[in-house]
Design a protein around this ligand. Structure first.
Ligand SMILES: Nc1ncnc2c1ncn2[C@@H]1O[C@H](COP(=O)(O)OP(=O)(O)O)[C@@H](O)[C@H]1O
Ligand SMILES: [Mg+2]
Length: 276
């Protein structure tokens, strides 16, 4: 029997990936390795970003933490324990938001608490609070199709944070937004995160986004994905994402990491061309 660190020990990391590999069987019956010997630790309350070229294995990595996918070898732990199926301590945010189009804004936000058995009046009260936090007061009874892309993302954030996740998994959540709206969403996310004190795993192909948000950035190889390097982002907080890109420290860090990431992007692009 393996000795596990105690889940209630405040020193136990929120998420650990230990020597994880993940293989798929391709349609022509070959074995394809998407992730190889992957090691990562996310501390409690820490904001970690993963960057790597498109198709390198970022979403596959994140899926292993959801509990929906199992590693072919190695181990994924949540608060010191092996992950076993969907865990209520985990919240999600993906590129395509999970709003129900036939429900109003508030009915979307209230869905989680109601599902978890909160009394109706209390759930609606909390939903109104969360909508106020993301500046959507007055829009409660609108439907998703009546909102802009940025507003829909705000609803999605309220819908996620209302469940008070201890670990938040985000897979390119803002990549469909225009640049200006995306930066506003970064500030919104940083504000919510600093209040909620959740651990975040944020996956993106956008290096500047990763640096603006994270405490630590993991650069992945072009595939099979493994950790190429890890960078501590020592830009002080609170950060203002909409201003940070003009900061000399930010520019220097971007340069350094880009030198490292560039090779992987080139390798990834070369591979895609061969495949096409
Ligand atoms: N369920 C699956 N079956 C087979 N191959 C998969 C599956 N999921 C992902 N892959 C492959 O694994 C690789 C990494 O994919 P993915 O993690 O989605 O990349 P990223 O998120 O970095 O763009 C890709 O080559 C993809 O085609
Ligand atoms: Mg992906």
């Amino acid at each position: 029997m393996k000795i596990m660190s105690a889940p209630h020990d405040p020193m136990t990391p929120a998420v650990e990936m230990i020597n994880v590999s993940r293989r798929f069987v391709t349609p022509d019956g070959k074995s394809m390795t998407a992730i190889r010997n992957f090691n990562m630790t996310i501390g409690r309350g820490e904001f970690v970003a993963i960057v790597g070229p498109t198709g390198c294995g970022k979403s596959t990595t994140l899926n292993l933490v959801t509990g929906l996918a199992k590693p072919s070898s190695g181990e994924v732990r949540l608060f010191g324990q092996p992950i076993n199926g969907i865990d209520p301590r985990i919240g999600f945010a993906f590129q395509t938001d999970a709003l129900f189009p036939w429900r109003s804004v508030i009915d979307n936000v209230v869905a989680g608490p109601l599902f978890r058995g909160k009394p109706k009046a209390e759930a609606y009260e909390r939903a109104r609070e969360w909508l106020a936090r993301v500046n959507l007061t007055g829009h409660e009874s609108k439907f998703p199709h009546q909102l802009s892309g940025g507003m829909r993302k705000r609803v999605a954030l309220a819908q996620t944070f209302i469940n008070e996740p201890q670990v938040l998994l985000m897979d390119e959540p803002f990549s469909a937004l225009d640049v200006q709206t995306r930066v506003l969403m970064h500030d919104e996310l940083l504000k919510l995160w600093s209040e909620a004190k959740a651990s975040v795993l944020f996956v993106t192909h956008d290096l500047e986004e990763a640096i603006a948000l994270a405490d630590r950035v993991y650069v992945l190889t072009a595939g099979p994905a493994t950790v190429k390097s890890v960078y501590e982002i020592d830009i002080p907080r609170p950060r203002v994402a909409s201003e940070i890109r003009f900061d000399q420290r930010f520019v220097d860090i971007s340069h350094t990491i880009w030198n490292d990431l560039r090779e992987e992007v080139m390798a990834g692009a070369a591979r895609t061309e061969v495949a096409a």
